[in-house]
Design a protein around this ligand. Structure first.
Ligand code: FAD
Ligand code: NAI
Length: 478
């Protein structure tokens, strides 16, 4: 007889492993299938998904190392600190990143044991449905079929590649190869000035690469508030990232020297970029192949995503849910996690809710870029009258003390009700500062609420309060 579970989760990334833990906390008998071994030395499937293995965590580890290098090399002198010539051991930097990844993925294994979650090692696919539940086949070192009353599909996404540009993850890399260059490339090309292009481009620029980014769209960071995007383009270009927008990529060739990218620039002129390595970061596509969805009567949409009910993440087949990168919405780890919790609670009969308007975004460049809610462009397009309030970090004592005076916070409040509709930050620690804005928006706070809350002095958070005051033209320190 096959093993049977209340809940089988397919995929051990942030959507899947968090769903499994929450379901176990709620008293269900839970299993979670994972097939990818990433860089595991024993070739065993590793938990944590894209986020822990080849995404959020390793990229932030490299960003932190490269930031330290840049601080010591370029900013220590501002503080009167004298240092001699510095160099970076990129192998050690990568080893540090790998240690962090191993610690984190091992941590999830511990959490699985603690919560009595069965790890099914191998590729999961549907075989069909009987009166007992869904039959899920696991193809690993051994083969088995398990039965599940409920299935949560959390299979995530993979890098989108471009036709005619074969990724070998040595010379031409997606996120997986770009996180483990064995040496610092002298010249690095990046196709796509999105989140990955800017974050990983920044890592390698800081430690010595000349980085050129080729972006198809005429505008920079189109999804961002354009005031923030303009400031970001100015600051990142000043740091040395060469950002070319409005290009059309042509033929890409590799030879002994590296990679040659032929493209047409924004003026329509033929151009070429010669680089030691190339990162292709042009978005991600959902993982749905070989899941045999047809065996339970499920299909994907025209972009490969699994269609779900917007509020419950349930698919067209009762008892089957889908969360994270494999469904609509932002491809973010915290969004995947929240959906994982939501589904586990729905299976338990609870009535959870996610306000997608309150999901924060962060781009971990320096300075960081973070936002929640609507941009000015979205409010104008929707015909919503709003009051902007902006305050610069340059007028904040803590920011000056830290030598981090670049950027600003902008709050957009409803012109009639004063409700906060969007908050946009470019500046130091934006990833932490945005949490206050997300809390405020979840509680439907007004700009006046933030303006009246006592913020610690001196702290960067005072910029948030001043921006709130500025929506009513009464900033105090400007
Ligand atoms: P995934 O993390 O992709 O996990 C899905 C898992 O399912 C994978 O391990 C896969 O092997 C497994 N799987 C797939 N099919 C099967 C199957 N049939 N059987 C068994 N297992 C299967 N997001 C942020 O919020 N902040 C960041 O700073 C951030 N940085 C990023 C940096 C990079 C370089 C990248 C690439 C992404 C980053 N992201 C970040 C995005 C984030 O990683 C994803 O949004 C998140 O991992 C999605 O979680 P998920 O659980 O839906 O899918
Ligand atoms: P992206 O969607 O952020 O950016 C892709 C960029 O490539 C866009 O600017 C797009 O216009 C451009 N592009 C597309 N086709 C092109 C072409 N043919 N030629 C030139 N440019 C082209 O995708 P990216 O950077 O690959 O990241 C994927 C996703 O991973 C992100 O959208 C995000 O959801 C997630 N992520 C999140 C991070 C974070 O939260 N800090 C960090 C990294 C990734």
């Amino acid at each position: 007889m096959s093993k049977s579970f209340d809940v089988v989760v397919i995929g051990g990334g942030p959507g899947g492993y968090i769903a499994a833990i929450r379901a176990a906390q709620l008293g269900f008998k839970v299993a979670c299938a994972e097939s990818h071994s990433y860089d595991d030395p024993k070739g065993e499937p590793r938990l944590g998904g894209t986020c822990l293995n080849v995404g959020c965590i390793p990229s932030k580890a490299l960003l932190a190392s490269s930031e330290e290098f840049e601080k010591i090399g370029h900013h220590a002198a501002d503080h009167g600190i004298k240092v001699g010539p510095i160099s970076i051991d990129s192998q050690k930097m990568l080893a540090r990143k790998d240690d962090i990844v191993t610690k984190m993925t091992g941590g999830i294994q511990y959490l699985f044991r603690k919560n009595k979650i069965t790890l099914l090692k191998g590729h999961a696919s549907f075989e069909g449905k009987t009166t007992e539940g869904f039959q899920v086949k696991i193809d690993g070192k051994d083969q088995e079929t398990v039965t599940a009353k409920n299935v949560i599909i959390a299979t995530g996404s993979k890098a989108r590649h471009l036709p005619g540009i074969p990724v070998d993850n040595v010379l031409i890399c997606d996120n997986e190869g770009a996180l483990k260059f064995d040496s610092t490339p002298k010249t690095l090309g990046v196709i796509g000035a999105g989140v990955i292009g800017l974050e990983l481009g920044s890592v390698w620029r800081r430690i010595g690469s000349k980085v050129t980014i080729l972006e198809a769209m005429p505008s920079f960071l189109g999804a961002c508030d354009q005031g923030i995007a303009k400031e970001a383009q100015k600051l990142l270009s000043k740091q040395g990232l060469l950002i070319n927008t409005g290009v059309k990529i042509g033929e890409v060739k590799t030879d002994k020297k590296g990679v040659v990218v032929h493209y047409t620039d924004s003026a329509g002129k033929a151009a070429k970029l010669e680089c030691d390595r190339l990162i292709v970061s042009v978005g991600r596509i959902p993982n749905t192949e070989n899941l045999c969805l047809d065996k339970i009567g499920l299909t994907v949409d025209e972009r490969g995503f699994i269609p779900i009910d917007d509020h419950t993440c349930s698919t067209a087949v009762p008892g089957v849910y889908a969360v994270g990168d494999v469904v609509r919405g932002p491809m973010l780890a915290h969004k995947a996690e929240d959906e994982g919790v939501l589904v586990a609670e729905i299976i338990a009969g609870q009535k959870p809710h996610i306000d997608y308007n309150c999901i924060p975004w962060v781009i971990y460049t320096d300075p960081e870029i973070a936002w929640v809610g609507k941009t000015e462009e979205q409010l104008i397009a929707a015909g919503i009258a709003y009051k902007p309030g902006q305050f610069p970090f340059a007028a904040n004592g803590r920011a000056l003390g830290m030598g981090r005076s670049d950027g600003f916070i902008k709050i957009l409040a409803d012109a009639k009700t004063d409700e906060i509709l969007g908050v946009h930050i470019i500046g130091a620690n934006a990833s932490d500062l945005i949490a206050e804005a997300a809390v405020a928006m979840e509680f439907k706070a007004a700009a006046e609420d933030i303006a009246r809350i006592c913020h610690p002095h001196p702290s960067l958070s005072e910029v948030m309060r001043e921006a709130a005051l500025a929506t009513d033209s009464r900033a105090l320190n400007m």
